[in-house]
Design a protein. Structure first.
Length: 658
């Protein structure tokens, strides 16, 4: 650089030297960015703390070292969870002279007994992250360990030990770990543990492992009609007991549930399941890995769906039903009530909050284990098998009929109104065997990549420019005059508001695909607001989805993985790429991806993840959603200002900085 050019550069202001580099020690990163570890600071995140401590106790039970767990909720938002397991080690840690192993576990991220696989074959805790994160986000934590006929205790505040580990007595009969903690109000505000939510959590854990007894207690002031002051949970039948309680007296296609359990080969873990097909049900699905709920399903869900689909197809062929080859997974799963629990070594999840299992081997293990049992379930009682096959084929026929009607309407509309379809719409031919999809894509650049990445038979692309009109604060005339909304309405072909007829929808799925950044989230929010207000029936029927494009590409050697956000990136770096030099590239937008990357990560049904946007079934809950949309997106800016004022502490600091 020439001296003249250097002289013209702006000088001074904001020195950047060694003093600018901030080093966060101990558990400071957790308190600074709690969202990266527990998904936020809302009520769900608060209860995630309880789940982490309970998961550690359950790990002791699943490993065969404990058979009793106690969960006690006291006034003052204090929760105590104890087990009669081996107890956290209290001897001095070899790498930290002067510190007990207990203190290291409670004050150091990524420390614990779940990395080597020697202490736990399967575990549900955050592999050394969980209890330290709970400690970091609690104003006061006390841990007692009964081990080798002695009792030890140590206390902490906000992730820092307030004293050394002390022996507090002798006990000839007691053993195990007791963790008591109070969530920090600086992090969670005035949010309190919900007794009903914790009661349900404790009960569900007992169902998930038949060999454990869980005792529930809460302060008298916290008890209610639905939450007793004391209760004991133990269910020898496991998930089958749970499903029987859930189905209750409802009539089912088969009088007997499809339930069972199976160990995986080579001591890789085990799977337990229970499935019912009620005659009138919207469907209910509960997926678990190592006793941890995975509400978004994942690879174990894929294995179950594959086992059920292949099994019912094979039974159909066995009984001479040639059309059975057209049965899809949705035909047999829709309307069913499924509970699936797997125990596997070193599970991989989509994020720190473990909402979705991503371990590739889980799909194969579950499918192989469940398939054989399902074949026997169908063929051992031919009447039962034929009853289920008949119900599934009725659903298949209805699905194919609706698809044929949509194809006729779509093609008729295309032929009759070809000149009236939006010019920037790249339509699909509709000739594929899969369901048709319209991708609403942000920007022409991303639209170009999406057109090359799509399946031309089933996937259509509609680019939109920037942020569309906020319909919640616009007049009806302004909405009608907006060209982007007019193009979108024309492409869908089903009308808006009182004229919205889902039967005329030209596509099976509508997928909002925006950049994985703040602007992309804003555009997606505006689009969801549009569908909620103008085409609510489409949302209610489950036609609307959000694509999940990655924000980062992580490469170490020949291995490359994609991360959706900072939390997912941190998780991959800490697990898959631990100890490796990782090259991280950030996608500024969908248009930066080449078509192959976009197809693989975001558009290919075999490898992508979609989030279905739906409305709650109860009228009161739908009304609450409407009020929230009006509050955040409506015409009165004071409502948004009040929301930000009251909830600012929950916002991710990264979003604010952005």
């Amino acid at each position: 650089m020439s001296e003249d050019l250097f002289d013209k550069l702006p000088q001074g202001g904001g020195d950047y030297d060694a003093s600018s580099i901030e080093v966060l020690e101990g558990l400071e990163p957790v308190r600074r960015r709690p969202g990266m570890y527990i998904g936020g600071t809302d009520e769900r995140a608060l209860h995630h703390l309880a789940a982490e401590v309970l998961d550690n106790a359950m790990d002791e039970a699943v490993a065969g070292h404990a058979n009793r767990i106690e969960v006690t909720l006291e006034e003052g938002n204090r929760l105590t969870i104890s087990d009669n397991g081996r107890g956290i080690p209290v001897d001095e840690h070899p790498k930290f002279p002067g510190k007990s192993s207990l203190e290291v576990i409670l004050t150091t991220l990524h420390s614990g007994g779940k990395f080597s696989g020697k202490a736990y074959a399967t575990s549900g805790g955050l592999h050394g992250v969980g209890v330290s994160v709970v400690n970091a986000l609690s104003s006061h934590t006390r841990v007692e360990v009964a081990k080798n006929k002695e009792v030890f205790a140590q206390e902490f505040s906000k992730g820092v030990a307030t004293g050394k580990l002390k022996k507090i007595g002798d006990t000839p009969n007691r053993r195990g770990t007791t963790v008591s903690f109070t969530p920090d109000e600086e992090i969670f505000g005035d949010r309190q543990f919900k007794p009903a939510r914790l009661f349900k959590l404790a009960r569900s854990k007992a169902y998930l492992y038949a060999g454990v007894e869980i005792r529930w207690k809460c302060a008298p002031a916290l008890a209610s009609e639905d939450v007793p002051q004391e209760a004991v949970f133990q269910f020898p039948g496991g998930l089958a007991d749970h499903l029987a309680e859930q189905v209750a007296e409802r009539e089912c296609v088969t009088s007997q549930f499809f339930a069972g359990r199976q160990d995986f080969p080579d001591d890789q873990g085990r799977v337990e399941w229970a499935v019912a097909w009620p005659l009138w049900s919207d469907g209910a699905y509960s997926w678990y890995c190592n006793t941890v709920p995975t509400p978004d399903g994942g690879t174990h869900e894929q294995g179950m769906r594959a086992a059920l689909t292949k099994g019912i197809r094979a039974f159909g062929e066995l009984t001479g039903q040639k059309k059975a080859k057209d049965i899809s997974a949705d035909d047999i799963v829709t309307g069913s009530e499924i509970m699936l629990s797997v125990f596997i070594r070193e599970p991989q999840f989509q994020s720190q909050t473990k909402d979705r299992l991503t371990s590739p081997e889980a799909a194969r293990l579950v499918e192989n284990a469940v398939r054989d049992h399902f074949d026997h379930f169908l063929s051992d009682n031919m009447e039962r098998g034929r009853a289920l096959l008949g119900a599934v084929m009725e659903r298949m026929d209805e699905r194919l009929r609706r698809k044929a009607e949509r194809e006729v309407k779509r093609k008729t509309a295309t032929n009759a109104k070809k000149l009236r379809l939006p010019g920037k719409l790249t339509d699909c031919s509709g000739e594929g065997s899969g369901e048709t999809e319209l991708f609403i894509v942000e920007g022409d650049s991303a639209g170009g990549s999406a057109k090359q990445a799509r399946d031309r038979k089933t996937q259509a692309i509609l680019p939109i420019r920037g942020k569309i009109l906020n319909v919640a604060s616009a007049t009806a005339d302004k909405i009608r005059a907006n060209s982007e909304i007019a193009d979108l309405t024309l492409a869908l072909g089903c009308g808006i508001r009182k004229d919205c007829d889902p039967g005329n929808l030209r596509y099976d799925r509508i997928v909002i695909m925006t950049d994985a950044d703040v602007d992309g989230a804003h555009i997606a929010t505006l689009l969801m607001t549009f569908f909620f207000q103008e085409m609510a029936e489409l949302v209610k029927r489950g036609h609307l989805f959000l694509a999940q494009p990655p924000l980062y590409r992580l490469t170490a050697g020949k291995e490359s993985l994609y991360a959706r956000d900072d939390a997912h990136r941190a998780e991959l770096e800490a697990t898959v790429f631990k100890g490796k030099k990782v090259e991280v590239s950030r996608f500024k937008g969908l248009g930066e991806m080449n078509p192959q990357q976009l197809r693989e990560t975001t558009m290919d049904p075999k490898t992508r993840s979609l989030i279905r946007i739906t409305l709650p079934p109860e009228h009161e809950q739908r009304h609450a959603v409407k009020e929230l949309v009006d509050q955040l997106m409506g015409r009165n800016p004071e409502h948004r200002f009040n929301f930000i004022q009251n909830r600012a502490g929950e916002l991710d600091r990264d979003l604010i900085d952005a």
